[in-house]
Design a protein around this ligand. Sequence first.
Ligand code: GLC
Ligand code: GLC
Length: 822
Amino acid sequence: MRYGHFDDETREYVITTPHTPAPWINYLGSQNFFSLISHQGGGYSFYRDAKMRRLTRYRYNNIPSDVGGRYFFVNDGGDTWTPTWLPVKADLDHFETRHGMGYTQITGERGGLRVESLHFVPVDEDAEIARVTVTNTSEVTKTPTLFSFVEFALWNAQDDQTNYQRNLSIGEVEVEVDGPHGSAVYHRTEYRERRDHYAVHAVNAKAIGFDTDRDTFVGAYNSLGESAVPRAGASADSVASGWYPIGSLSLSPTLAPGESVTYTFVLGYLENPVESKWADEAQQVVNKERAHALLSRFATTEQTDAAFEALRDHWTRLLSTYSVTSTDPKLDRMVNIWNQYQCMVTFNMSRSASYFETGIGRGMGFRDSNQDLLGFVHLVPERGRERILDIAATQFPDGSAYHQYQPLTKRGNNDIGSGFNDDPLWLIAGVAAYLKETGDWSILDEQVPFDNDETLAEPLFEHLTRSFRFTVDNRGPHGLPLIGRADWNDCLNLNCFSSEPGESFQTTENASGGVAESLFIAAQFVLYGEQYAEIAERRGLTEVAAEARAEVEAMRTAVLEHGWDGGWFLRAYDFHGNKVGTDEHPEGKIWIEPQGFAVMAGIGTEKPADGGPSVAETALQSVNEMLATEHGMVLQYPAYTTYKIELGEVSTYPPGYKENGGIFCHNNPWVIIGETVLGHGERAFDYYKRITPAYREDISEIHKQEPYVYAQMIAGKEAVRHGEAKNSWLTGTAAWNFVTVSQHLLGVRPGWSGLIVDPQIGPAVPEFTVRRVARGATYVITVRNSGAEGSRATLTVDGVAIEGNEVPYAPAGSVVQVEAVL
Ligand code: GLC
Ligand code: GLC
């Protein structure tokens, strides 16, 4: 069942009912000011850091779940309603939400009045705009009253939810009914002391009334949907003093039949220099010059429209770097629009703020950020460069790293500490992707601190060397990498042994002297160790490269000798040296991560002399038989039915959820890429479609989350709710699926000295054209694809047949025509 449809022309998902199975959200903002907005107007805004600079309040765990956002209440001749449906929930004659690239448009109509609000954050502004158009669609003249509503958060989102003894006494606002560009409410809590920032909620017209005190507006015992002021039909002009400051402005246009009026509402964030915080000697009135300047840029509808056009152009430009035209519209819309959009959102948000992440929890992950980079580096390479340098600066001198760092300070944070032994190798992955994309080798000479200590700065290349050496220097009895606190799988905690409720599995180590080793890190080392060797060689460090390659070969051998269970790769050796992920056990026999990653790394791909299946083929065949379901491949099988103290958090989840046999959409791509390595394009594309949201749109009632973005997890085959997704939006799934589809299924990927064209998508997509801008040149790649298993493309470049599959990089500005036939 569907709850809307894609509009590919406008790059929107159109939701046609408020009654989706869950709130379906979008993100506004691309630089510093960000908002979450659901299809019903729910969500919140923050400036740069969702924890430290929360502008508006949102209650997770609320009933109903999505009340709290920017709302417009209508009182039309005594009939009170909200065009977003929530919070009033009055029936609407028409409802539509259009989630687009960085904007959301919500339209509600009732009783001959239509209200359409367009929400966006302009490219270079620290403000959320709402362009609101009220139209009289009836036959009679109407004078409705419109009341805006935002609830301010007291800046620190964590404190805002806990410290009521203080917070309920500190709220302060200022109201400006007759401002230079209309009316405004200023939120200035804590401005009198150490804060030099404030928020403004304004409209570009003179309001007939305002409210800033929540209890006055809502009524102390009402729900938000029963708000007293809109019901009464007139603002109370309340001025908050402590308690709960809000911003509400009312307007009452008279509209003839068919007539419309448009207003621009602004929610802005402003900082003042300490010396000019105040407008008066007595230091009682906020200096509003900057707010007025902001509001002057949105004083007319024409200005607002121009800012919106600039945002549309911004996205058109971004999305022109990689696009495909094929015979499959679902494929095209994922590649051209939604998957790349989600990659930008994960780049901006990391794992901080979504409807599953509260914005007060995690900082930026070392491994997550490096993987996110794989999905956005082609869109904003200069910001990729900056991100790499930030991440590398949180590395320790021995190559290991803080697992997370804070976006506001860019410093490593110790909450989760370090010792996730996969972390260092992701830095090589990120840097290699950046180098291939840009050819900017100068980044390797940038001086980058260790542990954010400038006195320890070394060139970035040295950081890669330490990353590489970290694995070499931390191996266990089988010559395989020690796992530390966990590898990619945060919940495989082989050195933890926790029996205390609530204790962190990631930071607890109750035993010492263990020898737990990870096959995942081993495969990762083969893949990224080889890339490190290549980088060294291209820097002229022939010996370093040769030594690195020898280490990579030693690891490959160790994996084949000690990491093979007979039908698939083992997952690990535990603390005591026992196998994890073996047919010998009744549960957790086979795990997805090492199968996909090993094949991706080319381990065991050689055909044996007897012509039978290679080790890699056997492993992926086992995946197909034991892990694949119609909703994607589960993480491991069978799921654990009881708590296994020696494995850690993984077995804490009920069977079929999250890391315990859930479908982790983040690692399905590794198997999909592995299948393309083996020439199995048909199976690869089939797997891709099982987890890709556009192909799941028709089962939205089962999937439940947004049909336009990936979710981190879909419940696995042993779960009670198999096929139900959770944790949409902020997941490494976005980057890895974009890498998979753009670079391996469609097969166009940046190589070291040219663009590689190596499609492997099977017979379902017989023809397609990829347009790829790389290093300033445009490649138009037309593919004719038989889809025959094992076939590889032969290429013609500007009419001339070439050897191999690498099209040499052309000078910036040129257009290269490539024909690929397979
Ligand atoms: C989450 C984490 C990621 C981890 C994965 C598997 O997505 O953000 O770092 O690799 O879970 O545990
Ligand atoms: C990852 C996992 C999650 C786990 C968390 C611990 O996000 O997906 O299951 O609880 O890491 O930090």
